[in-house]
Design a protein around this ligand. Structure first.
Ligand code: TXA
Ligand code: MG
Length: 332
């Protein structure tokens, strides 16, 4: 039996599969099997209040899950499905509460990956698939990452190579009159605006507002403490951290030159200069850096520009508060 048929069989038995998509690898289960869905939450260590995305084989299947598919949704599906766009729509009453976390809306997406689409077609139903990582950690962008994150808790991992985007899908809510981005992601604001109109989309709230110390729940985060630092302060922070005897790394774009190179003890990691390539490499790099067991990773802030929205969002969610780092280094 080929790998796809095997995966489809396992899904029918209520098993969990590592599934490649164009964004990140998902931990897939039969969307009509509440027991399999509950196991996803256990395996990921995810609170039940975080709802799951339902993955579909075809746009016409949306009406099996959504009570209403507005014209704007049809336009977006027509243009971007299959692709890295998740739509939040009013849920039908018969959608299992295990998927929605009891909310009255449902998140839907049709992935654009030949393996994911083959599995969906062979399986013949819908699949729930959160990113295949433990809750709060970095999403997997290749099959090995899934095995590293979840080990034997996942029944089978399909290997579909490295993910083309490397960042999660963009989530757009169509619950209000005005479309709202809930999570910036692989599909850019510019592309969404080409369908919905420039200035017609509400941007995600909150992620650039200051965080209250201690209340910060990191997400999309590696184990190594990460701090996002403005480019012109990177060298100073690195210098201070080295003086405080911290093993420190700096993640910066290749074209950024530190205004003074603090020491050869500083590990520097170079990232691509474009948002698409930066996004594709980010999670792989963070996993590699985690293996080095550094005390600290200082990440150069990325440009404030709509094309950088998804990368900026993930970095900010992974980052601790700069005040905390300053205080800690000064006390050392
Ligand atoms: O690219 C992706 O979307 C990947 C691949 C595997 O498809 N999946 C993914 O799933 O990122 P997950 O579970 O890691 O993230 C889903 C996000 C969560 O933040 C969840 O809160 C949000 O989608 N979500 C799901 N249903 C929702 C709803 N009804 N309303 C608002 N947000 C929702
Ligand atoms: Mg996730």
């Amino acid at each position: 039996m080929d790998a796809v048929s095997h995966a489809a069989d396992l899904l029918r038995q209520g098993k969990l599969i590592g599934l490649p998509t164009e964004t990140v690898y998902g931990l897939a289960a039969d969307a009509s099997n509440p027991e399999a869905i509950r196991r996803i939450f256990t395996v990921k260590g995810r609170p039940p209040s975080h709802p799951l995305i339902v993955h579909l084989a075809d746009p016409t299947h949306a009406s099996a899950w959504a009570a209403l598919v507005p014209e704007s949704a049809l336009q977006l599906m027509e243009r971007f499905w299959p692709g890295p766009l998740t739509l939040v729509l009013p849920a039908r009453q018969d959608v299992p509460a295990e998927i929605t976390g009891g909310q009255d809306s449902i998140a839907l997406r049709m992935p654009n990956h030949s393996v994911a689409l083959s599995v969906l077609r062979q399986f013949g139903g819908a699949l729930v698939a959160p990113s295949a990582n433990r809750f709060g950690h970095v999403s997997p962008t290749c099959a090995q990452h899934v095995r590293d994150s979840l080990g034997s808790a996942v029944d089978y991992v399909l290997d579909g190579g490295s993910c083309r985007y490397g960042l999660e899908s963009t989530i757009v809510s169509l619950l209000q009159d005005r479309p709202q981005i809930l999570r910036p992601g692989a599909l850019s604001l510019r592309e969404l605006e080409s369908v919905l109109g420039a200035g017609q989309i509400t941007l995600p709230a909150g992620h650039s507002t200051p965080r209250v110390p201690g209340s910060h729940l990191s997400h999309y985060a590696p184990r190594t403490p990460v701090y996002v630092i403005p480019a012109d302060q990177l060298a100073t922070y690195a210098h201070t951290a080295l003086n405080a005897r911290r093993q420190v790394g700096v993640l910066k774009r290749c074209d950024t030159v530190l205004e003074r190179s603090p020491s050869s003890a500083l590990l520097q990691f170079c990232m691509p200069a474009t948002p698409q390539l930066y996004g594709r490499e980010l999670y792989t790099r963070l996993r590699e850096i985690d293996r080095l067991g550094l005390d600290l990773l200082l990440v150069e802030s990325v440009p404030v520009h709509p094309d950088w929205l998804a990368v900026q969002d993930r970095l900010e969610r992974a980052s601790g508060k700069l005040d905390t780092l300053t205080a800690e280094l000064l006390a050392a």
